[in-house]
Write a protein that binds this ligand. Structure first.
Ligand SMILES: Nc1ncnc2c1ncn2[C@@H]1O[C@H](COP(=O)(O)OP(=O)(O)O)[C@@H](O)[C@H]1O
Ligand SMILES: [Mg+2]
Length: 155
């Protein structure tokens, strides 16, 4: 499933729409190069969860930022993780298996640590202002989430 976003605003809006379907315990990973739109998309998710968007920046140095919205939001960026084992020091299981929502930029780098069920979104830079988002569900819950999203957002 691929969706084409023709502006940063459109990408943010899609994050906001996805947030309306997110449930406690959901986990979404965002893959793709620097500047592909992962953080903007996360800002949209935050907005959809009732979190002031300017709070959300990439947690490049802290690895994780926590926000309180309709549900807790755990925003990870694991790009600078030197060793995936650092996730264990962080107590990642308390986040991944919680009643909050985990969004993980560069989640493809830590696939062996992910739960069995998660939604993967791969961001491709198609042009200066165009991004192609490829959605892959892993498990039944993420398949349901994706089905709900595609019902309201035509391909
Ligand atoms: N269609 C689009 N969707 C998302 N971002 C876009 C788009 N077109 C241009 N951009 C720009 O690309 C950049 C994406 O940055 P960011 O979300 O921080 O990326 P990442 O977190 O993947 O490194 C922003 O500067 C944004 O304005
Ligand atoms: Mg980012």
């Amino acid at each position: 499933m691929i969706m084409t976003m023709k502006s940063p605003e459109q990408t943010k809006k899609l994050g906001e729409v996805l947030a309306s379907f997110l449930q406690p315990g959901d986990l979404v990973i965002l893959d793709g190069d620097l500047g592909a739109g992962k953080t903007i998309f996360t800002k949209g998710i935050g907005l959809g969860l009732g979190i002031t968007e300017d709070l959300i920046t990439s947690p490049t140095y802290t690895l994780i930022n926590e926000y309180r919205g309709r549900y807790p939001l755990y925003h990870f960026d694991v790009y600078r993780l030197n060793d995936p084992a650092e996730l264990e020091d962080l107590g990642y299981e308390d986040y991944f298996y919680s009643n909050g929502i985990s969004i993980i930029e560069w989640g493809n780098l830590i696939k062996s640590y992910l739960p069995t069920d998660y939604l993967e979104i791969i961001f491709h830079k198609a042009a200066e202002n165009e991004r192609r988002l490829q959605f892959v569900s892993h498990g039944s819950r993420s398949a349901q989430l994706l089905a709900e999203l595609t019902k309201v957002v035509p391909e």
